[in-house]
Ligand binder design. Structure first.
Ligand SMILES: *[C@@H]1O[C@H](CO)[C@@H](O)[C@H](O)[C@H]1NC(C)=O
Ligand SMILES: *[C@@H]1O[C@H](CO)[C@@H](O)[C@H](O)[C@H]1NC(C)=O
Ligand SMILES: *[C@@H]1O[C@H](CO)[C@@H](O)[C@H](O)[C@H]1NC(C)=O
Length: 191
């Protein structure tokens, strides 16, 4: 494998409840408080392009973004941490987009702008340009966005989704929890 998550479909998950604390391979992002940038000005089509989704639909929610995400795996990992207890993930598979290179989706330009890279190295055989230091290194890197739409944490692709539970929990505690039921569990992916 020599992919660096470019291009790939991506997964957007929102978290509306409370879960427990475990460690993770985490990189704190550094968007200044004075910056008003959020994910809400961006959008993308859903995975079968049947709907254009504005990320402003996710206002007030903790959002996890993962290129080539597998919602079923994330759901299982996080439910295993603490089943029930008001935790209600809601998954949406998005269209295939470039996450690096000259055609990268502006959402990923924003997500990477304030977050350190998860590795000092690039894989061999990358097929996009230009290479930038903050590029997504591999599919399954994960980006965690807070309830105000700002990027807060980025995770190495080896991080198991269940290791994000503690961070999701803290971000949820920054605002009032809401409960939302959803059946938007993805049943397919591009490849
Ligand atoms: C596209 O996906 C949505 C859910 O994301 C589903 O409701 C819809 O039936 C799908 N349409 C097609 C044509 O597959
Ligand atoms: C989504 O937006 C694009 C670009 O504006 C447009 O071409 C496309 O028809 C839209 N798709 C849907 C399902 O509304
Ligand atoms: C997601 O991961 C599970 C477990 O590894 C696998 O069985 C399933 O086929 C994957 N789903 C998709 C849509 O790739």
């Amino acid at each position: 494998m020599n992919m660096a998550a470019s291009p790939g479909s991506f997964l957007l998950a929102t978290f509306l409840g409370l879960i427990s604390l475990v460690s993770s391979d985490k990189f704190l992002c550094n968007q200044p408080a004075s910056s008003a940038e959020t994910i809400y000005k961006f959008g993308a089509a859903d995975i079968n392009k049947s709907r254009n989704i504005s990320f402003s639909e996710y206002q007030g929610k903790v959002v996890l973004l993962e290129p080539e995400g597998n919602g079923t795996e994330i759901l299982h990992a996080l439910q295993y941490v603490r089943p029930g207890n008001g935790f209600e993930p809601n998954f949406q598979m998005m269209e295939m987009v470039d996450v690096n290179g000259k055609n990268e989706h502006p959402l990923f330009t924003y997500l990477k702008k304030y977050c350190p890279p998860t590795s000092d190295e690039f894989e061999d055989g990358l097929f996009y340009s230009p290479l930038k230091v903050n590029d997504v290194r591999w599919n399954y890197e994960q980006f965690l966005v807070d309830r105000t739409g700002k990027i807060r944490m980025r995770y190495h692709h080896h991080t198991d989704p269940s290791a994000l539970a503690g961070d999701i929990d803290s971000l949820l505690r920054e605002g009032e929890p809401e409960i939302e039921m959803s059946n938007e569990i993805p049943t397919h992916r591009l490849h």
